[in-house]
Design a protein. Structure first.
Ligand code: ADP
Ligand code: MG
Length: 686
């Protein structure tokens, strides 16, 4: 048995240079190489005779070279190299452009396989820039289905094929089976060696299907079991806190400047039921942008404090944390609650004081960014943990926060509507509440798609609105100009707008590279209306709430995901004014056009995210890595929904029998899960 964790440099043909290139595509160990699956395949099993070839057809032929390579200058800078070839049915020639090396490698009398496209021209049968393999050598790519890998600069398909072949040759047998025998039997899976061998070099499409099924199945199974192991940790039948008192919440609700929507009331009831019971609450609140999630969170926090517990609200950005802080103060301080803020911008002295007060129980609610999960943050009696815009945090961060109390209730909030398939696997461990109603009186945001030529008109339109008292966001994809990316930067736009298009207005700039204090000041001034036009990057994407802003102009819209555009659009339409979202699209591609049309047609976040998922695929849509989950190499949450269902059945069987996967027969699988999830799960489920 060989150790698959060994460096890939032990494989034949991998020198220091190739090692570097391989690292670029995340291949470090032999196992990484083994699990670097082909992106597609080419069927080269069928061999053609020269006489039977057709123009433009891609084929493989087996031929003799009957004369030496001919070099011909066509014009300046273009030479062609012609290799005369024949088989028992006819003659042809292989054509290479500007390829003097051909003279060194192709010799009269050689026998080779060629694979490429046929061109019938000048009365000849030509095969243009074919790939080739000498028959005397190692000939396994001809007469077979060959894998096609994603490449990086410096590596060819041939390199990758040789790599896979050499790995399989030496290490193929070392891959041990980690799926339990029963699992394999119940689901009629092939074993791991068969799967790995045939995913790279399948002997037939049928075999490939069998191998692929097994690998997709195992990947989803590991993901699902990993998540459920984490859930067990959350919910391992320990008793949660019983929050009894809630009468005073009615007073708080009565004091609000608005009445809650029916959806908000329903979700609050669901939360109340959880909090009252001794089950540990683990609930996801999903609600489109502007549906009013913050207030729901604040009421739940109040309930926690009423019952003698502290609460925490974590947000992904400082801007958002501060905004929540303002809302919380306004709403809860009149009821005697003590609220503290912890974020990067809080000065050290002040921070130390807050930490002390928090530990002593003199602060009831702490609001902040990631700063809250630091080790030095201690609570006296933590009862409720809320994370806002959950999609920005990982499973792990959620759990670190929970571990700062004894079985606190957990609420997570997100505005990114998650398509059902994805919710199933990502949030399978959460109960879900949905706020499916916007507060009354909101006018539907009007969305317009435009190109560069309309820029002047757009700014003119914006100016009119500013004159009647409204404010404007302008969003750019980059912070500063880049040589490599052809897109607008916030800095460039800011100057352009301030000095040119909107020079009579007060214009502000906001981006993630600014100092916290500068960001705060700019945001404050925008909130107060001192800044009329805010040029920004996507730092305003989540949660920012300035109801007087009624126009958002998004530059290079084609560079954003639909779900992200929807989030950005949600910055307007938060007050009583008719709002507009203008999408500047610089791309002429049909796909881009289709995406923009979806944005024009609907304001429904769920429809948008389903479409986004469909058009972009899940990897990009919802970077799994962001969630602290293992990367999917072969499974596709969109395509493989049926396998996922099968997997969930299997996972249930396994965990019903062995809740923590501690039995000997499941130990290899559990190790594999731990390996795939990395430290995340190790901390969580051991
Ligand atoms: P999101 O769900 O996007 O986080 P917020 O909680 O920021 O939305 O709420 C958006 C705006 O709607 C805020 O200004 C908030 O005060 C207001 N709001 C929330 N609930 C209601 C309601 N029931 N009626 C009217 N306005 C509301
Ligand atoms: Mg919000």
């Amino acid at each position: 048995m060989h150790d698959l964790k060994e460096s890939i440099q032990f494989i034949k043909g991998v020198g220091p240079k190739r090692l570097k290139y391989l690292e670029k595509i995340d291949i470090y160990s032999i196992e990484d190489g083994l699990y670097f699956f082909p992106k597609s395949y080419e069927d080269r099993r069928e061999m053609k005779n020269i006489a039977d070839t057709k123009d433009n057809e891609k084929i493989t032929i087996k031929v003799n070279i009957y004369e030496s390579v001919q070099e011909k200058s066509i014009r300046k800078g273009l030479k062609i190299y012609k290799i005369p070839i024949k088989d028992h049915t006819g003659v042809a020639c292989a054509i290479f452009y500007n390829a003097p090396f051909t003279k060194d490698i192709f010799k009269e009398g050689d026998r080779i396989y060629l694979h490429g496209k046929i061109k019938k021209a000048f009365g000849e049968v030509q095969i243009i820039h074919p790939s080739y393999e000498f028959i005397e050598g190692n000939t396994t790519t001809v007469n077979s289905i060959i894998p096609i890998y994603n490449l990086t600069h410096g590596l060819t398909q041939k390199d990758m094929i040789n790599l896979s072949r050499n790995i399989l040759h030496v290490y193929g047998e070392s891959m041990y089976e980690y799926l339990p025998a029963d699992t394999i039997k119940r689901n009629r899976l092939c074993d791991i060696q068969y799967a790995l061998g045939n995913i790279h070099f399948p002997s037939s499409p049928k075999v490939l299907k069998i191998a692929k099924y097994r690998l997709v199945f195992e990947e989803l199974l590991i993901l699902q079991l990993g998540l459920w192991l984490i859930k067990n940790k959350f919910n391992n039948n320990q008793k949660g806190i019983v929050f009894q008192k809630q009468k005073e919440c009615k007073e708080l609700i009565a004091a609000l400047p608005f009445t809650l929507t029916n959806a908000q009331i329903r979700v609050l009831q669901e939360i109340e039921t959880d909090m009252k019971s001794e089950k540990i609450m683990n609930r996801l609140v999903q609600g489109d942008v502007g549906s009013g999630k913050t207030i729901v969170a604040l009421i739940a926090l109040y309930k926690s404090v009423l019952n003698g517990y502290q609460g925490v609200l974590m947000a992904p950005t400082e801007i958002l944390a501060e905004q929540h802080m303002d809302s919380a103060k306004e709403l809860l301080e009149p009821f005697g609650l003590r609220i503290g803020l912890l974020s990067g911008s809080v000065p050290k002295r002040k921070k130390e004081e807050i930490l002390k007060q928090l530990e002593a129980g003199h602060i009831d609610i702490i609001i902040g960014t990631h700063a809250i999960i630091q080790e030095n943050v201690h609570f006296k009696k933590l009862g409720l943990v809320i994370t806002d815009e959950q999609h920005r945090f990982g499973v792990r961060q959620r759990s670190i926060l929970s571990n700062k109390g004894t079985n606190p209730d957990v609420l997570v909030m997100t505005a990114t509507p998650i398509p059902r398939t994805l919710a199933l696997i990502l949030y399978g461990d959460l109960d879900v509440s949905i706020i499916d109603e916007l507060p009354p009186g909101r006018k539907k945001i009007k969305t317009h798609v435009a190109d560069e030529t309309k820029r002047k008109n757009i700014y003119h339109f914006a100016k009119k609105r500013i004159e009647s008292g409204r404010q404007v966001y302008i969003v750019a994809p980059l912070v500063e100009d880049s040589e490599h990316i052809d897109a607008k930067s916030a800095q460039e736009l800011y100057l352009e707008i301030k000095e040119n298009y909107l020079k009579d207005c007060s214009v502000g700039l906001l981006h993630g590279k600014m100092k916290s204090s500068e960001k705060d000041e700019t945001m404050d001034r925008f909130k107060k209306g001192e800044i009329q036009v805010l040029v920004s990057t996507t730092v305003i994407e989540v949660g920012v709430n300035v109801p007087n802003a009624s126009i958002i102009i998004i530059e290079n819209s084609e560079r954003f995901g639909l779900a992200q555009l929807h989030q950005l659009r949600g910055r307007v339409g938060r007050g009583q004014y008719q709002s507009h979202c203008i999408l500047l699209n610089y791309s002429k591609s049909p796909l881009s056009k289709e995406r923009m049309e979806i944005m024009e047609e609907t304001n429904n976040g769920f429809i948008i995210s389903e479409k986004d998922l469909e058009l972009r695929g899940p990897g990009e849509f919802f970077g799994t890595r962001q969630h602290g989950l293992p990367e999917l190499r072969i499974a596709n949450l969109f395509k493989h929904i049926n396998i996922l269902k099968q997997v969930q059945k299997e996972a249930e069987i396994l965990m019903n029998e062995d809740k923590t996967l501690s039995l000997e027969k499941n130990s290899a699988l559990k190790n594999r899960i731990i390996h795939q999830f990395g430290t995340n799960i190790q901390e969580l489920c051991l």
